[in-house]
Design a protein around this ligand. Sequence first.
Ligand SMILES: [Zn+2]
Ligand SMILES: [Zn+2]
Length: 257
Amino acid sequence: MLFDTHVHLNVEQFDEDVEEVIERAKTAGVEWMNVIGFDRPTIKRAIELAENYEFIYATVGWHPVDAIDMTEEDLSWIEELASHPKVVALGEMGLDYHWDKSPADIQKEVFRKQIRLAQKVNLPIVIHDREAHEDVVAVLQEEEAEKTGGIMHCFGGDAEMAAKCLEMNFYISFGGPVTFKNAKLPKEVAADIPMDRILIETDCPFLAPHPYRGKRNEPSYVTLIADKIAEIKGMDPEAFYAQTTDNARRLFRLEGN
Ligand SMILES: [Zn+2]
Ligand SMILES: [Zn+2]
């Protein structure tokens, strides 16, 4: 029993065979999935998938790479969707300094607006951070993000950053990179995250774990990520699956459903 907390089954890479991909995930033991929308078309599709499948939930928000495109209407639409019964979080939001489509000041403004919206509608937030560790932490602290907490998705920071995020009520989520042979940092960081604050995700179709690195990722591969972290922590894999699933259900407020 696993919960893949970050999937993009809502992108064109899954247009042809999304039903088979979902079927393979179920067979692999992936009980629940959270589909993340990050712009107009992917938000729409995330909601559709969440409405079609009882075990799929949705998260809606605006990606920092496209921050420059977000309008006030988009933000109001996200606010409307926040009350949809299958929407469990807002995001993914954050900062991405790898790509330069949206200038940093616009990214920060769009990030702040979404954090404030999450506080207004009382939902946790899903954070995307690429090459922007310090600024992401600074914005989260300034906006008092501990009020909602949320997920540091595909966490790539160090132990010191993880400690700051844990302090702000965030869960730390690990993806494919934790399985890469040359990835020392995520392995070291994962080893020390408290068991009640760790999550797993594929971020599919991106970042496929070893031995599928470079290929299209899919939710059934989340077992490879879970098994690797269980090994790092010296835990029984089944116990690790159960604990991370409990964590996700607590964060998304699905307990008792
Ligand atoms: Zn992301
Ligand atoms: Zn993502």
